[in-house]
Design a protein around this ligand. Structure first.
Ligand code: GUN
Length: 297
């Protein structure tokens, strides 16, 4: 059977079109435009690119968005003061502080200062707790995007063995917590593995669905997976490519060329999970606006 290349770019385009329609309806019913505030601290080039892309996506679906670019030496207190202003701004329904933050800032304190109702990243401990016990909440954007890719590719994780490589708060832990729930398009048996494992391949070889969120280029190779596996590659790694215009290219955590020969389905990098993250951020923001501004009778 030919390997399916899961086209995250096309799927995310479809979702963004659906969101545009839902946003128009919401606006007609409430007179409210969903608003998203971005906070970017310092000059991390990858963060700058991500925030720019997210702002552009907001415009396309008809959201209001504002980006606050702050110097890397801003104090934690000043940053939290700004977040608090957005917490109290009725035009803003979602707040996203792009991570990572500079070392002198306590990331956890910043995340906790965001009103959980506006926490469209789903990083606030209240929302993380809700997700863990299966209550409705904001699903963090990349994990939500992964689940949506599975749904729209008709790959039901129910009863399958999902192996997650990576244990970050942004991807690894929440995707496992989502797919383990006794809910539709979940109900999987989930194994988490990480750098503490003696032999990661012992676990990855057992995966029906492998989710690689390691952050290192091409570390999952064909000998580490079983035939027929579904592979979701979350990695975005820059590797040198002297012949390309930029001098680098983006690759995933999975050695795409070798693994695609044994997989039933696989996401490419770029064009797999990445575009889905942005689509789900938009979905979470519309959800936040709908919850904050209900349609009156
Ligand atoms: N840095 C990398 N991914 C993310 C994300 O999904 N949200 C935020 N706020 N920062 C990130």
């Amino acid at each position: 059977m030919a390997t399916t290349i899961i086209d995250g770019k096309a799927i995310s385009k479809q979702i963004r079109q659906e969101l545009k329609q839902k946003t128009d309806t919401f606006q007609n019913e409430t007179g409210t435009v969903p608003g998203l505030a971005f906070i970017l601290v310092g000059e991390n080039p990858a963060s700058q690119v991500y925030v720019k892309m997210k702002g552009k996506a907001c415009k396309e679906v008809g959201f209001y968005s504002v980006t606050k670019e702050l110097p890397s030496d801003i104090s934690q207190q000043e940053l939290i003061k700004l977040i608090d202003a957005f917490n109290n701004d009725p035009k803003i329904h979602g707040i996203l502080t792009q991570l990572p933050l500079p070392d002198h800032i306590d990331e956890a304190a910043v995340i906790e200062s965001i009103d959980p109702k506006k926490d469209v990243d789903g990083f606030h401990p209240i929302n993380v707790g809700k997700l863990l016990i299966g209550l409705d909440t904001f699903r963090p954007c990349t994990p939500a995007g992964i689940q949506e890719l599975l749904i729209r590719s008709d790959i039901d994780p129910a009863g399958k063995h999902v192996v997650v490589v990576g244990r970050s708060n942004i991807v690894g832990k929440p995707i496992g917590n989502i797919l383990i729930q006794k809910q539709k398009w979940a109900n999987a048996v989930v194994t988490f593995c990480h750098t503490g494992a003696k032999d990661i391949s012992y676990f990855t070889r057992q995966a029906d669905i492998l989710i690689a969120a390691v952050g290192r280029a091409n570390v999952i190779t064909a000998d580490m997976v079983k035939k027929g596996v579904v592979v979701i590659d979350v990695g975005v790694n820059r590797v040198d490519a002297p012949s390309s215009e930029k001098g680098y290219k983006l690759v995933g955590d999975v050695d795409f060329e070798s693994v695609k020969e044994v997989a039933d389905a696989i996401t490419p990098v770029p064009g797999g999970v990445g575009p889905m993250t942005i689509a789900m951020l938009l979905a979470n923001t519309l959800q936040a606006a709908q919850e904050q501004v209900p349609v009156s009778e």
